[in-house]
Write a protein that binds this ligand. Structure first.
Ligand SMILES: [Zn+2]
Length: 376
């Protein structure tokens, strides 16, 4: 097993890429979807179940973990991997994005951000240096730079000023991270939907030098068309030989479109969150298991899916346990959704390697256009 972090491109198809990220904690097949384990758990799933869906890596949230249970406590318990019983790679975000969403509760300066906890109102400060320290205490394998993501709507001037602040913080993050063999630090490109700002940001990050590059500031309400519009040029500003991570994306069709535009890694709470609210993601699109049309349906959610929810249970059962508020409802639907997402990623990895991604994407859209199976 390797002792260092590396990325190997195996094949490209158009702008899409497939390859392998190697870390001391295991390999990550790309394009990769990372389930989100906000509070040191992917809600409703055991770690071995998450692994069984095909996930190579999880995402943990600095903001949530620093407040509860606290980074120093996680460190005393042997680090996040041991604490949550997941021995494979973990990527942690920097806390910047979640602090942004606190809106009125945060105060921004050149030094960093001070904010009040959403849990108990206690005051905290996050700086590039503190974010690096927290992510080191957690034991994260892939550490994200501390950045600022402007709240929308923002003027182009505000987006530019925010991006340049994030670039100064990127340098401070790099300096504070230091030299940690086996661990990676990713820079985060900002610049909103303005091409020149994205290009300036990408150049500034490469000047500093990172192990991978994220596209930040998207999936914040700008819509799929605007997001794809940015990705159409933004991935071209990033080096070929480093992984590219699109943060916080997304719905299955967002993921497919991002992979077509040269993205290697993504994360989103959607499959797990949807699983707890009775929403299933399938080849044929979204299925709302709450709907009364499922109550007498003996068929599985998806007859082609090999997950436990589809091989062991009927739509009628899934409908019943959701309506009855039973915990197994969230467990089964989350498993199915994560399984579907990982199967989609595997399908794209295989298609890129075979040079037939266009045909794969055409089939993907055709199955969704057909819609869910008709009620009995
Ligand atoms: Zn399934």
């Amino acid at each position: 097993m390797t002792t260092r972090f590396s990325f190997t491109l195996a094949a490209t198809d158009g702008r899409a890429r497939t390859g392998t990220i190697s870390t001391p904690r295991g390999e990550i097949r790309t394009p990769a979807f990372m389930p989100v384990g906000t509070a040191a758990t992917v809600k409703a799933m055991l770690p071995e179940s998450v692994r069984a869906t095909g996930a190579d890596i999880l995402l943990g949230n600095t903001y949530h973990l620093m407040l509860r249970p606290g980074a120093e406590r996680v460190d005393r318990m042997g680090g996040l991997h041991r604490f949550m019983n997941w021995d494979r790679p973990i990527l942690t975000d920097s806390g910047g994005f979640q602090v942004m969403s606190l809106a009125g509760l945060r105060k921004l300066s050149e030094e960093g951000v001070t904010f009040s906890s959403h849990i108990d109102g206690s005051k905290h400060q996050l700086t590039p240096e503190r974010s690096m320290e927290i992510q080191r205490l957690l034991g994260s394998d892939i550490v994200m730079c501390f950045d600022e993501c402007p709240a929308l709507p923002a003027t182009e001037g505000e987006v530019a000023a925010s991006m340049r602040l994030s670039m100064r913080w990127a340098q401070r993050s790099r300096d504070a991270f230091g030299d940690r063999p086996g661990h990676a630090l990713f820079g985060i490109m900002q610049g909103g939907v303005t091409r020149e700002l994205r290009e300036e940001s990408a150049a500034a990050l490469q000047q500093i030098g990172f192990d991978g590059y994220a596209v930040g500031g998207l999936a914040v309400g700008e819509g799929q068309e605007a997001m794809f519009g940015v990705l159409d040029y933004a991935t071209g500003f990033l080096p070929q030989d480093k992984p590219r991570y699109l943060m916080g994306v997304g719905k299955p069709d967002d993921i497919v479109g991002a992979v077509q535009r040269g993205i290697d890694m993504m994360d989103c709470v959607l499959p797990s969150r949807s699983g707890r609210t009775g929403q299933a993601w399938t080849r044929r699109g979204q299925v709302n298991i709450k709907n009364a049309r499922h109550q007498d349906d003996p068929r599985p959610l998806d007859e082609h899916c090999t997950c436990p929810a589809c091989t062991g249970y009927s739509r009628a059962y899934l409908h019943h346990v959701f309506r009855a508020g039973e915990m197994i409802s969230g467990m089964l639907l989350t498993w199915h959704n994560l399984h579907y997402y990982q199967e989609l990623m595997q399908g794209m990895r295989d298609a890129i390697a075979a040079g037939r991604l266009d045909a794969f994407v055409a089939d993907f859209h055709a199955a969704r256009a057909e819609g869910d199976i008709k009620p009995i």
